[in-house]
Design a protein around this ligand. Structure first.
Ligand code: GRF
Length: 205
């Protein structure tokens, strides 16, 4: 039983590509029900096309957060999904949209990837912030989203070093390579959880 997901993107789309690659290779048992970008003309749309998937553009420019999320949810509500997956989605989600994905324990079924060891370096360019701070060790965090920015229950973290003489580009590339393995593998864990829950619910009948 695959994990049903919708993926939100805003830019380059390398994490989207990594997730789609993992599905194709059979490393991730997931079904991408929808892909939405809040920006037109971005790399993520081209990546979706390459995999033969339709990606919807719902522009957010000039719209208040909730106004945009109403349009977004109006589209997303057509799809039965287990998780909303943020893959380089550069908008903060408001409680309006989060509450649509609230589970029975009060958590939101929304996953995000952030390129630092949270709670260190939340924000838009965590690679640069960590690099400029002079950290010797940074990392990648995958977490459930809550009402605060880059915050919520941590599902996985993986660290990587800043090596002597690293440029910011080398530092970013080291982290990005980890992102591309970690995100699909955490989603696969969620797929396995779904499978277990389904099997135990069946067992109880
Ligand atoms: C990644 O570094 C991700 O951790 C952060 O935004 C970046 C998105 O990159 N949230 P891409 O669009 O997936 O290539």
């Amino acid at each position: 039983m695959p994990l049903d997901i919708a993926i939100l993107v805003s830019g380059r789309g390398s994490n989207l590509g990594a997730i789609l690659d993992a599905i194709k290779a059979g490393r991730l048992d997931a079904k991408v029900r929808a892909i939405v970008s809040n920006k037109d003309g971005v790399g993520a749309l081209e990546i979706a096309r390459r995999f033969g998937l339709e990606a919807k553009v719902i522009p957010s420019a000039g719209l208040a957060r909730e106004e945009h999320e109403k349009l977004l949810f109006n589209y997303l509500k057509e799809f039965e999904i287990d998780y909303l997956v943020l893959a380089g989605y550069m908008r903060i989600l408001s409680p309006y949209l989060l509450k649509k994905y609230e589970d029975e324990r009060g958590f939101y079924r929304v996953v995000n990837i952030h390129p630092s060891l949270l709670p260190a370096f939340p924000g838009k360019d965590a690679y640069l912030d960590a690099f400029q701070y002079g950290v010797k060790l940074s990392g990648i965090t995958i977490h459930l989203v809550d009402e605060d920015v880059d915050h919520g229950p941590i599902l996985a973290q993986e660290s990587f070093p800043r090596l002597p003489g690293d440029t910011i580009d080398q530092f970013r590339a080291r982290g990005l390579a980890i992102e591309h393995v970690l995100y699909p593998s955490v989603l696969q864990q969620l797929a396995e959880q779904k499978e277990h829950q389904y099997a135990s619910a069946r067992g109880k009948r």
